[in-house]
Design a protein around this ligand. Structure first.
Ligand code: ZN
Length: 289
């Protein structure tokens, strides 16, 4: 019986959980003005001095961890001019140090990952940025394409021996692709957090913290060795100094407004809107009367 390659889809959705990309240019700065400066502010605003600022209001409205995640996502999106309609961040009451990007623009992390990062906001921003990069670069699609291709190729084998050889070849290609995507996500995440003004050392700190997880320091089917990821970040810090990225990020940030948000009823999930999102309730009433 031929191996069903679909099992790797499950592996990937749990594996491709850390990353981020970005192509920055002055053109992007101009686009930021036309796109994200129009982001609506749901948070209360007023010229009266006693009215809290958008971030003060968010701090009062949200559970502490989600407030921190809101500030991280808001800052990364605005300073990098990331052109997505929304992001949803969900904290699940689990303790397996998981962080992953599955459905579009959804970032799911568990409580123990927050514990692991030990209150280091810059380190946390890197792992969040890494997941955002997976989304922005469409990494899940790239992996899915190889899964489909592998399934077809393997299923067309004439015999078990040929199928076995094709499976081995496909596994090598898949591992190489996934490692490439992980490194690409790390690179983009570094750029994102540097432009956002977080401490670039947080990138290395986050990866160092992950080495504390059992078996995490070694190369796996889904991730390159953490030592290689750290080395790549260190090289990037030399090639792309964070101060220069931060300056560009400040320019973009100044053209935008704080993003709006909506807390889920169970208070575990936060949708952060980059663009105005009409209400389904209002839409259905407008449409049907
Ligand atoms: Zn990843």
């Amino acid at each position: 019986m031929l191996v069903n390659v679909k099992k790797y889809a499950t592996v990937l959705t749990s594996v491709l959980a850390l990353t981020l990309p970005l192509n920055f240019s002055m053109e992007a700065v101009a686009l930021a003005q036309t796109n994200q400066s129009r982001a609506n502010i749901v948070i209360a605003q007023s010229s009266e001095s006693e009215i809290p600022s958008p971030y003060e209001q968010a701090k009062a409205d949200l559970p502490e961890d989600l407030y921190v995640l809101y500030r991280i996502v808001d800052r990364i999106v605005r300073s990098n001019n990331i052109d997505t309609r929304y992001w949803r961040v969900t904290i699940v009451p689990d303790y397996s140090a998981q962080l992953y990007a599955s459905s579009a623009y959804v970032i799911t992390l568990d409580e123990s990952l927050l514990d692991l990062m030990g209150g280091d906001v810059s380190a946390l921003s890197f792992v969040i940025a890494h997941e955002m990069a997976h989304h922005v670069h469409n990494h899940l699609d790239r992996a899915a394409e190889l899964i489909i291709e592998g399934n077809e190729h393997i299923s067309e084998s004439d015999n078990q021996e040929e199928a076995k050889q094709r499976i081995e070849m496909w596994e090598e290609r898949m591992q190489a692709l996934v490692h490439t995507l992980e490194l690409e996500a790390d690179k983009t995440a570094y750029q994102y957090v540097a432009r956002a003004g977080f401490e670039p050392a947080g990138c290395v700190q986050a990866l160092n913290i992950l080495t504390e997880l059992p078996g995490a320091s070694h190369e796996s089917q889904t991730h390159p060795a953490l030592a290689n990821r750290i080395e790549a970040i260190q090289t990037l810090r030399v090639m792309q100094p964070s101060a220069e990225l931060a300056e560009k990020g400040r320019l973009t940030l100044g053209l935008t407004e704080p993003l709006t948000y909506e807390l889920s009823e169970d208070a575990h999930s936060l949708r952060i809107d980059s663009q105005p999102r009409p209400s389904y309730g209002e839409e259905i009433d407008d449409l049907l009367g």
